[in-house]
Design a protein around this ligand. Structure first.
Ligand SMILES: [Zn+2]
Length: 177
């Protein structure tokens, strides 16, 4: 896969890691003041935690695949290029896991940036129709007949949609060769 997905995920990560967003999470980017009003403005700790956890997931998987990891890149947004590089000799299952993780993070970054349409570009895993709507942290199927066995309307997490997309891409790839 996936250079495009990795590039997208990387671009979002760079935006999320930018100072403006970290300092002004509720209002988005704002013009920088010429001098900081208070020295040492606290970082948005929730965003720092989010970025740390995203990078942590990537590193944890890379470590299970490769004995000797190269040093982490200086810029956080280079983590996906590093990840692909570190896992390029891994077997197909591990590469599929990696691709799913990158796609999951791409979608999660998009949600953080308010680009929830990105998540809703996948068809519903249950009924196959296009028409997912982002609602309360989940992609909800707009087909009223599409229900869980318990009768609740279908809704999906970014990671579930990412897994579906990577599996489908894998099937196309296999059929094409
Ligand atoms: Zn559905």
């Amino acid at each position: 896969m996936g250079q495009d997905t990795a590039a997208d995920a990387s671009r979002s990560l760079r935006l999320l890691a930018s100072d403006d967003l970290r300092h002004h999470p509720s209002t988005g980017p704002q013009p920088r003041r010429s001098t900081p009003s208070t020295p040492g403005t606290p970082l948005n700790l929730a965003m720092v935690d989010y970025l740390t956890s995203a990078v942590g997931e990537v590193v944890a998987h890379a470590r299970t695949v490769t004995d000797e990891l190269a040093p982490l890149p200086d810029r956080v947004e280079d983590i996906y290029a590093w990840y692909i590089d570190q896992t390029s000799d891994a077997d197909a299952d591990e590469q599929a896991y990696r691709d799913t993780l990158i796609e999951t993070q791409r979608l999660e970054h998009a949600v953080r940036l308010g680009e929830t349409d990105e998540v809703c570009k996948e068809p519903c895993p249950r009924c196959g129709c296009w028409g997912l709507m982002w609602e309360a942290g989940r992609a909800r199927c707009s087909n009223r007949k599409c229900r869980t066995p318990g009768g609740i309307s279908s809704s999906w997490s970014p990671s579930r949609l990412a897994a579906q997309k990577i599996r489908r891409t894998e099937i196309w790839r296999r059929n094409a060769t």
